[in-house]
Design a protein around this ligand. Structure first.
Ligand SMILES: Cc1cc2nc3c(=O)[nH]c(=O)nc-3n(C[C@H](O)[C@H](O)[C@H](O)COP(=O)(O)OP(=O)(O)OC[C@H]3O[C@@H](n4cnc5c(N)ncnc54)[C@H](O)[C@@H]3O)c2cc1C
Length: 427
C-alpha cells in the first residue's frame, strides 16, 4: 500500500517525535468519522470528543500532511474577505454573528496549546504591513470595522513605528494585532492529534477515504477497511480531490510556496524582527514571513492557480525575500516547499451539510489557521443540535468559478495578474 511521507519542509525536519499510526484494516463503528487530519479535522475531533462523541479520523497520508503542516504559521484573525463585504452580501444579522466569531479561532488555538501542553513555539503579535497610502487607509478602516465587532487589541503604526518592529523599508505603516501571532504549524497539528488520542479518539494514517456510501447509516470506505458512522465530517480541503463532487465544483486548489533560511543567529534575527512578530503585507498576492523557533526566516508568497508544483521554488520566492531584506543576500536557503489551499470565488469558507449526516467545511482561501479551529467548534455545535453559528456560515452564498472546471484556472490567473499589476502600481 502507498506510504505517503511529509514533503521535505523545515517543519517536517523539526517535527516533534510522534508514535507511528496504523492504517485502517478493519470494519469499525463510530459516532463521527472525520475525513482529513489537518486543523479542520483535528479541531472538529477535539471538540466532539470533549462533548462525548466517539470519533474516528481517516487521514490519507499523515497528520498535518496538507496545508496545516506546511503553512506560514501565521495566526491571522478574521476571514479572507472582510466583514463589511459580508455585511453587504448577507445583511447585518448574519454579519454580526460572523463578525463576533472573527477572532475566536486565535483564542481556540491558545486554549488548546495551554490545555494540552502543545509544544509549537507559540508567539504573540502579528503585523499587517501597508506598502501604499491606500493600503494604510484600508487598515485604518479595517481597525474601525473590527472594533465595531469587539476586537480591540489593534494598534495602527506609522512609518517610524513599523520600522521599530520590522527592518524593512518597503512599508508606509501597518497595524499590529496582539491577538495574532505565530506557531510551528506541523507541531500544532501533531499536538492536537495527540490530544485527540488522549481523549480516546482514533486516527488512522495512510488511510484515504475512497468512497462514501451515503444514506441513513453512512459508510466510509478506505482501500482496506470501512468506517460505519452516524455522522461524517469532510475535512480534506484542497487535497480532497473528487471524493465529494458537489464540493469540488465551487472551489479551486491553489499552491503557495515557502522558503526557510539557514539559522540566522540571535543577533541578525533580532535586527530583522526585534519583537519576533510575524508579518504579512497588504498586497492581493501577498508576502508573509516570520522567524522560526531556531531563528531562521520563514518566507512565503506567490500563488499558483490550479495547484501545479513549481519547478524551482527558491527561484520564485528568494527574490521576494531579498526585496524585503537585501541584507540577507549571502544567506543560504535550507528548505523550499509548496502547499495547497482551497480558493472560493467569494474567498469565504464553504460550510454545509449534505443530506442529514455529512458535514463539511473547506475553502478558507489562504487565511485558514484561525478559521479552521473555529470551524471545528462550529461543526461540533451543529452535530450537537446547536446550529445557529454553523448556519451563519452555511448560508453564505457560493458560485462556481467563471469558465467551469476546465477554464477556471486561466480565468483566475488572469484575475490575479490584474490584481498583481494593481499592487505593483499602488492602486
Ligand atoms: C503554503 C501555505 C501557507 C499558508 N500560510 C498560512 C498562514 O500563514 N496563515 C493562515 O491563516 N493560513 C495559511 N495557509 C492556509 C492554511 O494553512 C489552511 O487554510 C489550513 O491549514 C487548512 O486546514 P484544513 O484542515 O482545512 O486542510 P489541510 O490542512 O489541507 O488538511 C486536509 C487533510 O485531509 C487529508 N485528506 C484529503 N483527502 C482525504 C481523503 N479522501 N481521505 C483521507 N484524508 C484526506 C489530506 O491528506 C490533509 O492532511 C497557508 C496555506 C499554505 C498551503
Amino acid at each position: 500500500m502507498a506510504n505517503t511521507p511529509y514533503p521535505e519542509s523545515y517543519y517536517a525536519a523539526s517535527a516533534n517525535a510522534v508514535p507511528p499510526r496504523p492504517a485502517l484494516q478493519d470494519d469499525v463503528e463510530t459516532d463521527v468519522c472525520v475525513i482529513g487530519a489537518g486543523y479542520t479535522g483535528m479541531s472538529s475531533a477535539l471538540f466532539l470528543l470533549e462533548n462525548g462523541f466517539k470519533v474516528t479520523v481517516l487521514e490519507a497520508a499523515k497528520v498535518g500532511f496538507g496545508a496545516s503542516g506546511r503553512n506560514g504559521g501565521q495566526i491571522v484573525n478574521s476571514y479572507s474577505r472582510d466583514i463589511d463585504v459580508i455585511e453587504r452580501t448577507v445583511g447585518p444579522k448574519q454579519a454580526q454573528l460572523l463578525g463576533q466569531m472573527a477572532f475566536e479561532g486565535g483564542r481556540i488555538i491558545r486554549e488548546r496549546v495551554a490545555r494540552y501542553n502543545i509544544q509549537c513555539d507559540l508567539k504573540d503579535g502579528g503585523v499587517f504591513a501597508a506598502m501604499t497610502a491606500k493600503q494604510m487607509g484600508h487598515l485604518e478602516s479595517q481597525k474601525r470595522l473590527w472594533e465595531r465587532f469587539g476586537h480591540t487589541q489593534l494598534e495602527l503604526m506609522d512609518q517610524r513605528r513599523i520600522r521599530e518592529v520590522v527592518a524593512c523599508d518597503q512599508y508606509v505603516g501597518g497595524m499590529l494585532d496582539m491577538s495574532g501571532g505565530h506557531i510551528h504549524p506541523l507541531n500544532l497539528a501533531l499536538g492536537e492529534a495527540a490530544a485527540v488520542e488522549s481523549l480516546g479518539g482514533t486516527i488512522y494514517e495512510q488511510s484515504p477515504a475512497v468512497r462514501i456510501e451515503r444514506g441513513a447509516n453512512p459508510v466510509v470506505h478506505t482501500p482496506q477497511g470501512k468506517v460505519r458512522a452516524k455522522f461524517i465530517i469532510v475535512a480534506g480541503n484542497a487535497y480532497l480531490g473528487n471524493l465529494v463532487p458537489e464540493l469540488a465544483a465551487k472551489s479551486m486548489p491553489c499552491g503557495t510556496q515557502v522558503i526557510t533560511t539557514e539559522p540566522l543567529g540571535e543577533e541578525l534575527a533580532r535586527t530583522l524582527l526585534p519583537q519576533d512578530y510575524c508579518v504579512e503585507d497588504c498586497n492581493y498576492l501577498l508576502d508573509y514571513y516570520r522567524l522560526s523557533g531556531d531563528k531562521r526566516l520563514i518566507f512565503g508568497g506567490g500563488v499558483v492557480y490550479g495547484a501545479r508544483d513549481p519547478a524551482n521554488i527558491e527561484a520564485i520566492i528568494r527574490p521576494k525575500m531579498l526585496k524585503a531584506f537585501p541584507q540577507l543576500k549571502d544567506v543560504k536557503i535550507d528548505y523550499a516547499w509548496t502547499g495547497n489551499f482551497l480558493l472560493t470565488l467569494s474567498r469565504l469558507p464553504q460550510v454545509g451539510r449534505l443530506g442529514d449526516n455529512i458535514y463539511y467545511s473547506q475553502g478558507c482561501s489562504g487565511h485558514g489557521v484561525t478559521y479552521t479551529h473555529l470551524a471545528g467548534k462550529v461543526l461540533a455545535e451543529a452535530l450537537r443540535g446547536q446550529a445557529e453559528r454553523f448556519d451563519a456560515f452555511a448560508d453564505l452564498p457560493h458560485y462556481p468559478f467563471p469558465g467551469g472546471q476546465l477554464l477556471r484556472t486561466p480565468f483566475a490567473a488572469l484575475g490575479a495578474w490584474y490584481y498583481g499589476l494593481r499592487d505593483k502600481f499602488g492602486y
